[in-house]
Design a protein around this ligand. Sequence first.
Ligand SMILES: *Cc1c(COP(=O)(O)O)cnc(C)c1O
Length: 399
Amino acid sequence: MFPASSVLPVTQEQHDQHRSKSGFETRAIHAGYEPDAATGAVIPPIYATSTYKQDGVGGLRGGYEYSRSGNPTRTALEGNLAALEEGERAFAFASGLAAEDTLLHSVCGPGDHVVIPDDAYGGTFRLVDKVATGWGLEYDAAPVSDVDAVRAAIRPGRTRLVWVETPTNPLLNIGDIEALAGVAHDAGALLVVDNTFASSYLQQPLTLGADVVVHSTTKYAGGHSDVVGGALVVRDLELAERVGFHQNAIGAVAGPFDSWLVLRGLRTLAVRMDRHCDNAERVVEFLAGHPKVAQVIYPGLEEHPGHAVAARQMKRFGGIVSFRVAAGEQAALDACARAEVFTLAESLGGIESLIEHPGRMTHASVAGTALEVPSDLIRLSVGIETADDLLADLDRALG
Ligand SMILES: *Cc1c(COP(=O)(O)O)cnc(C)c1O
């Protein structure tokens, strides 16, 4: 059912780069691509081609036949991502949700069951609740920070996936990846970690026992708010075959231009993330001492309930900061409107700082449900501008 040819061959050299032989930054810059044999091009070309000349019927050069099945620019990105996450193989998609949909089709069928976070990314919740249930998938939701609750939500023999985000959006709850992997594996299920918020630099879930990593590469991986993309990275070859088959069969692949942009983003992921974290720490310190702020939510704070787990499994605590405004919803909306360096917009993970009101924007669709977020909550995606300018802007916005 899953022909070996559904996964393109990789050279031994590329395969070795998937292993953690060299440092993260070295892999980010070199893994997945060797300078072009014909021209020496140091950066992979954008292979804007749908098809490939065959040297006699079936004589494929490097395994390339048709660009839904494989494209060299996409292969370079996939090799790089696999190396960064220390996975067996990676697969690049047209969006994070396209990656998620392909994973659900690869692993689940009618009557199967998945456990998702009770504060899952809204698009993930909609995909499972409104689309996957239509073809017979069942689900339960549990808080990722509560291992016992996740265990209780599993239906032995029917649960195929335990789906986790950590940190979650926008309340930055933390799931213990190692413990959750044990819970999933005890029940014969796979552990999926949406690693979008942490990024491959701050957290490598496969090394902690997860089976699949999901990314919206739209966010930190691309990092410049100029591309929409997604990825799956898997730990073993059998699952890689299944995902590779479904990637080709469903066809929601990343195009060559988008692949090139995401790969360019990954080259600088480490330096960008360190600056995102530096600036987020400054912002957290500033907000924690601000009289108009009621509460700052950041896994790097010792009072955060997930701090100890986050400190164990993340390199640093990330670039997303949420906080509650003491004077309530209208004051939070006013602050969003007054910010200037922080741009009022959805999404996150780009070089520019963004501010948003989850209750009215990203999380408006969960108002009135158990997933409702506080109305005085503001979420910041802290960018890599001059930190002093960010603090001055927040001070002005808070009035
Ligand atoms: C944005 C996002 C997604 C969905 O990705 P798209 O690229 O928008 O399809 C999934 N998970 C998380 C955590 C996200 O932030």
